[in-house]
Design a protein around this ligand. Structure first.
Ligand SMILES: *[C@@H]1O[C@H](CO)[C@@H](O)[C@H](O)[C@H]1NC(C)=O
Ligand SMILES: *[C@@H]1O[C@H](CO)[C@@H](O)[C@H](O)[C@H]1NC(C)=O
Ligand SMILES: *[C@@H]1O[C@H](CO)[C@@H](O)[C@H](O)[C@H]1NC(C)=O
Ligand SMILES: *[C@@H]1O[C@H](CO)[C@@H](O)[C@H](O)[C@H]1NC(C)=O
Ligand SMILES: *[C@@H]1O[C@H](CO)[C@@H](O)[C@H](O)[C@H]1NC(C)=O
Ligand SMILES: *[C@@H]1O[C@H](CO)[C@@H](O)[C@H](O)[C@H]1NC(C)=O
Ligand SMILES: *[C@@H]1O[C@H](CO)[C@@H](O)[C@H](O)[C@H]1NC(C)=O
Length: 803
């Protein structure tokens, strides 16, 4: 006993000069003597490593729920702690009378007062000699007996994190946490497989499978070796990761960075982090998977995964399906129709370019045609659809699927997904879009890079939102890089026409055809966005809108136009106008769209048919369309000319945003060096930053225009006409003045709204709508919300409206 105390004193003396910061470690020792315990009730019952970096003790994981674990002593900038190990992650103990004890026999035991049996123990059966528990400088918590042997260590039973010098072995997989706030075992695992390769696997309630390295290619092609005799991997102190399966990587930070960790995150990715001590945040210095939609399991059966510019993943149901569990996408989606597929060949297909579903193939046919592939699927009852892919060898292949799992959207793939739909349902599927409007809000917005894991009593959106802010910056940068890469590596002009059509899913019209359809361009239905729009009558009585692009650069060949509109063609949303095709013949460049019966919002602003309910729906629908343009699709299309003339209405008065991306088409040769050529859009709706050369143009210009349009729709006043001398103000200023003048009384609403509009309105709903519109038209672009935040805010009033 005396020797132990001496040992301890000696240790402390040795280490003291190096740790002047932690004078308190004198009272908070790093060693727990045999026969003593740490109690959950005593907040000072902690073991702190001599260098002060790591703390072991009871950690609160919920109301009256504690886990014994090890964490980084220093809190992050948001005051949360980063846990590196837990003894009882799946069975938290009571906040009263729970204890961790070092038994005289040398075992470590965690007891919950309410339970007769220990919750957790080290189970060293042959140990008889006393041992002490030591919190080491490396983050290892270990039991050392009197012969200085280590008889148990926390490094030998990791949870989701590996520290430098901690070995990953065949018996010690890493298992992710369940969620950002729930530390119990989740579904993602990093482990040494039986072929000696380190893999990531998803092991969910209904499906399972490995997804890293890419299961489509062999371990050998992924650069891994299957011939290792031992299975170990370790990150050294300089940030070099070395594994027996030849997985080597170096973290991207400098070698002398001191604090690192490797974690299997709740989103299924495996990442290396370094602590930025000055800012108190973790920085990602390496990650296993960059396209996070390749992680399996997040979006369940019958749903697809896509990535927004914030690198957040979103799940969406395939058409005619709805989410099974509204809080958890991993349950997937179920059909809304009750007709069985395989109604005696009475099935049809919906076409989705650039979508794929991984695995679950009933049949694979090489070198085949689309018709043969359709037949192959129609002839099998359990076929849910097929993937038709242009392979690198120059032939098309057909992958017939019996389950639609792990769906993802990929710009780099040449393939298309064809979903089987019963004919009886087919004409009803009004929206062909995979990304249904509600996917924006219902999707589980998991940040790809998660920097902390604070426990919050109310695990609602707050912590996630907070994390999102960090991910925004990183994600945006990364997206830009990825997009740039995709763009540079794809060169549609060198590929054959047939492939172009398959990939873009467009019809190519001839000029003569369009001339005939529009009756020699006789019926003009609109102007703007660089061209005139004509009504056209197509075969099988379809009515379309044909836009003649007038300024399109003549030096642009068909491939140039195509590469741009293939981007637009991939956009698919119920609140965006549908593009049917294009024409590109020498100097004639035309685009063909669906035709909207009820014209534009501009034409209907003063229509008595647009009551307040419809106006609110138009506000919401337009926001959804723009949010999709800005965020859901990978390319980040800015509209740049949002105005009532470009918001079209279908026969149910659903809004559809038109003319998006056209500014981009026309922009190619325009140099951005003068205010005049730079400023686009329409007077009155143009964001202030257009006028300043050194202000970057972001999606917030569309948010501004949206705000103005909404104010116009509510007040009935035109922003463009209010240029008269005395009302030198903008529409938003006018509304704000009225609001302030009313001094908080509810009456201000009646003063600003258009009195000619019929129908009742919900005061609360109207108030929110006006306030959202005002925030959108803020002069400072950073004060404006994003379009998806607008959608969230508007949907939120809808949900809570007692109207
Ligand atoms: C304790 O930490 C030192 C470095 O401070 C390391 O060399 C030693 O191996 C660690 N011991 C255990 C059992 O982890
Ligand atoms: C954490 O997840 C597990 C497994 O789903 C569940 O049993 C447990 O109740 C959750 N804990 C909390 C605090 O939500
Ligand atoms: C990591 O860095 C070491 C030396 O700093 C170098 O020898 C090694 O090749 C690097 N490994 C990788 C995968 O870049
Ligand atoms: C939905 O998912 C949540 C979280 O996983 C779960 O607690 C709940 O029981 C599920 N609801 C249904 C109806 O399955
Ligand atoms: C997915 O959709 C198919 C039909 O499209 C259906 O048979 C299957 O049960 C769905 N899966 C789930 C989990 O509901
Ligand atoms: C692909 O199919 C076509 C038509 O069936 C055939 O002429 C051609 O030889 C096939 N090519 C290969 C490589 O099998
Ligand atoms: C809008 O559509 C409805 C239904 O198709 C039609 O009755 C109405 O006349 C249309 N209104 C306008 C202004 O075209």
């Amino acid at each position: 006993m005396a020797s132990l105390v001496l040992f301890q004193m000696f240790g402390l003396l040795l280490l003291l000069p190096k740790t002047p910061l932690l004078a308190s470690s004198l009272s908070l020792p790093s060693v727990l003597k045999p026969g003593s315990s740490l109690s959950v009730e005593n907040k000072d019952d902690l073991l702190i490593s001599p260098n002060g970096l790591f703390t072991a003790g009871f950690y609160s994981v919920g109301d009256n729920a504690y886990c014994f674990g090890v964490w980084f002593t220093k809190p992050l900038s948001d005051n949360s702690h980063t846990i590196v190990w837990m003894a009882n992650r799946d069975v938290p103990v009571n906040g009263k009378r729970s204890k961790l004890s070092v038994l005289k026999s040398g075992n470590l035991v965690l007891r919950d007062a309410a339970q007769p049996l220990p919750i957790w123990t080290t189970n060293i059966i042959d140990s008889t000699k006393p041992a002490q528990l030591i919190m080491n400088n490396t983050g290892n918590l270990y039991l050392q007996n009197q012969d200085n042997q280590t008889i148990w260590e926390s490094f030998g039973s990791p949870t989701d994190t590996l520290l430098p010098l901690q070995k990953l072995t065949k018996n010690t997989p890493l298992v992710s946490s369940r969620s950002l706030t729930n530390y119990s075992s989740g579904f993602y695992k990093l482990y040494f497989d039986s072929d000696n390769v380190i893999r990531l696997a998803y092991n969910g309630p209904s499906v399972a499978g490995t997804y890293w390295p890419d299961p489509k290619i062999t371990a050998w092609v992924s650069g891994r070796s299957t011939w290792a005799s031992r299975r170990t991997a370790v990150l050294d102190l300089s940030g070099h990761f070395v594994s027996s399966d030849s997985l080597f990587f170096n973290t991207s930070d400098s070698e002398n960075q001191s604090v690192r960790r490797l974690t299997v995150d709740v989103d299924g990715n495996f990442r290396a982090y370094s602590l930025d001590e000055s800012k108190g945040i973790w920085k990602v210095t390496w990650q296993a998977i960059s396209d996070t939609c390749r992680v399996h399991g997040i979006c369940g059966e019958n749903s697809t995964c896509s990535i927004g510019p914030n690198q957040d993943r979103r799940c969406s149901c395939i058409p005619n399906h709805k989410m099974i569990n509204h809080t958890d996408w991993s349950y997937g989606c179920k059909p809304e129709f009750n007709t069985t597929l395989c109604g005696n060949g009475e099935d049809d297909f919906l076409h989705f370019p650039h979508y794929d579903f991984y695995g679950y193939e009933a049949k694979f046919v090489r070198n085949t045609t689309l018709d043969e592939c359709k037949q192959a699927c129609l002839s099998v009852c359990n076929c849910k659809g097929f993937h038709y892919n242009f392979e690198t060898d120059g032939y098309y292949s057909c992958y017939v699927k019996f389950k639609l799992i792990n769906g993802f959207r990929t710009v780099s793939s040449n393939g298309s997904m064809y979903l089987k739909v019963p004919k009886s349902v087919f004409p009803l599927s009004k929206s062909k879009s995979i990304v249904q409007g509600d996917s924006l809000i219902c999707s589980h917005k998991l940040p790809t890079i998660q920097i902390d894991r604070a426990y919050e009593k109310n695990p609602k959106n707050e912590s996630v939102k907070f994390l999102m802010i960090f991910t925004y910056v990183f994600g945006a940068l990364e997206t830009i890089c990825i997009l740039y890469f995709f763009y540079r590596t794809r060169s549609p002009s060198t590929t054959r026409q047939g492939y172009l059509q398959a990939a873009t899913g467009f019809q190519r019209f001839s000029y003569a055809e369009l001339k005939k359809a529009t009756n020699n361009f006789s019926k003009e239905i609109g102007r703007g966005g660089g061209g005139i729009v004509y009504k056209g009558q197509f075969s099988n009585n379809r009515v379309g809108a044909v836009k003649l692009l007038k300024e399109f650069g003549n030096n642009q060949g068909e491939a140039g136009l195509l590469s741009e509109i293939s981007t637009l063609g991939r956009l698919n949303h119920m609140n965006l106008i549908d593009m049917w095709g294009y024409c590109a013949e020498t100097k004639h460049k035309l685009l063909v769209y669906e035709y909207m019966e009820n014209g534009s919002l501009a034409q209907n602003l003063h229509s008595s048919k647009l009551d307040w309910d419809k106006r609110f729906d138009i506000a919401l629908g337009t926001a959804k369309g723009l949010a999709y343009l800005h965020e859901e699709c990978l390319e980040w299309v800015l509209h740049c000319d949002v105005k009532p003339h470009n918001i079209l209405l279908d026969c149910d008065w659903n809004p559809k945003v038109a003319d998006f991306g056209v500014s981009k088409l026309l922009d190619r040769d325009v140099t951005l060096n003068s205010v005049f050529t730079r400023a686009r859009g329409t007077r009155g709706y143009m964001a202030p930053e257009w006028l300043f050369l050194n202000h970057p143009i972001t999606s917030k210009v569309d948010v501004y225009s949206y705000g103005v349009v909404m104010l116009q729709m509510i007040t009935g006043r035109s922003p463009a006409c209010d240029q008269s001398a005395e009302s030198k103000g903008r529409l938003d200023r006018w509304v704000k003045e009225k609001m302030i003048a009313a001094g908080g009384k509810n009456d201000w609403i009646t003063e600003v709204i258009d009195v000619t509009v019929d129908g009742k309105y919900d005061k609360r709903k109207m108030e929110i709508l006006i306030k959202v519109a005002l925030r959108c038209s803020e002069e400072d672009k950073d004060a404006r919300p994003t379009m998806s935040q607008v959608v969230d805010m508007l949907l939120h009033v809808e949900d809570h409206s007692d109207y």
